[in-house]
Design a protein around this ligand. Structure first.
Ligand code: SAM
Ligand code: SF4
Length: 334
């Protein structure tokens, strides 16, 4: 199977891909993956929660919303040295991308934003790709992040436009698209994906994938999260998403957004190595790993650096270097 990059995928076409007999779907996605990506390389990312909890938003899945009583203890903005030390340690474990997450509704033009800009600069200077996920941005804030050297901005659509208001009421789908659009006015790359297991239908998943694949250009990075059910949130009793749904969503995203990095993100800790291997076969080419066993907060478990290094080794996969190193290698080869 060979596909070009298209922005006009129809829901019926995406549905047909999603519903392809499973092994045929994985084979097709693996073929597309090989046209656009180094088949052995997996990017390992590290998420740092630079500001934790006490978020005014009501995202029903989130441990950090102030509306729900969860295990998360709110913490103010981390100091720059701590962030740089964590990033340095991550780099020495093979991580090439560091994502800084803040439990904010939106960025405010204050001293905390200035501190984040400094963090972006310093972590970028370590030779890492830096991504931020800080909530909504104005065009000017996006520009300031670009000037600080930011490589990517994450802002997930999470689900379909139709289902969004069942999950979040404190902002709209259009708010999300607006921030993505503000990032698009800069050189900062866009990272945007969703969550499986919020109680959405397959039609919702397809609608979300269609919205992502209609963005021109496609997001460079598409995280596929599996809901981590957090005690105290409205979604605490959601059933586990079957792994084959995860594989189908990854494979479909790979086929319709062939050049994007597809990131197997939250919820990976509950997948066995065999299940993760299937996800890689279906086109996932990135994972989040951590030294402390959690991805963002204590409520989202995440495998450790050593366990992941062993798994990648076992599967004959290798850790991808950061974009700056890849570009340098291309220039030197010329
Ligand atoms: N406050 C910022 C925002 O919402 O854009 C950034 C932080 S937020 C934690 C980043 C993403 O993590 C969410 O969009 C969601 O996709 C994912 N996430 C958060 N909690 C999760 C959970 N319990 N299970 C799966 N994914 C989750
Ligand atoms: Fe706040 Fe982000 Fe959690 Fe929503 S997902 S409650 S915006 S931290």
């Amino acid at each position: 199977m060979s596909v070009g990059i298209r922005y006009d995928w129809q829901q019926a076409e995406i549905q047909e891909i999603y519903n392809t007999p499973l092994l045929e779907l994985v084979y097709q996605a693996a073929s597309v993956h090989r046209q656009y990506h180094h088949p052995r390389q997996i990017q390992v990312c590290k998420l740092i929660s630079i500001k934790t909890g006490a978020c005014p938003e009501d995202c029903s899945y989130c441990a950090q919303s102030s509306r729900y009583k969860t295990e998360v203890k709110p913490q103010g903005l981390m100091d720059k040295e701590t962030v740089v030390n964590i990033a340095q340690q991550a780099k020495s474990s093979g991580v090439s991308r560091v994502c800084m997450g803040a439990a904010w509704r939106e960025v405010r033009d204050n001293s905390q934003f200035e501190q984040v800009l400094e963090m972006v600069q310093e972590v970028t200077n370590l030779g890492l790709e830096v991504c931020c996920t800080l909530g909504m941005l104005t065009p000017n804030q996006a520009k300031r992040l670009e000037d600080a050297g930011l490589y990517a901005y994450n802002h997930n659509l999470d689900t379909s436009e139709e289902y969004y208001s069942t999950i979040i009421t404190t902002r709209t789908y259009q708010d999300r698209l607006n921030t993505i659009n503000h990032v698009r006015q800069t050189q900062v790359t866009v990272c945007s994906g969703g969550i499986l297991g919020l109680g959405e239908t397959v039609a919702d998943r397809i609608a979300m994938l269609q919205t992502l694949a209609s963005l021109q250009p496609h997001p460079d990075s598409v995280p596929i999260n599996i809901l981590s059910q957090v005690e105290g949130t409205p979604l605490e009793n959601q059933p586990d998403v079957p792994v084959w749904d995860v594989v189908r969503a990854i494979a479909t995203a790979r086929i319709i957004m062939p050049a994007a990095d597809i990131r197997l993100s939250a919820g990976r800790a509950r997948l066995s190595q065999v299940e993760q291997a299937f996800c890689f076969m279906a086109g996932a080419n990135s994972i989040f790993s951590s030294e402390n066993g959690h991805m963002l907060t204590v409520t989202t478990p995440c495998p450790g650096y050593d366990a992941d290094a062993q798994m990648l080794n076992l599967l004959g996969l290798e850790m991808r270097p950061p974009a700056s190193v890849r570009q340098k290698a291309v220039v030197e080869a010329k």
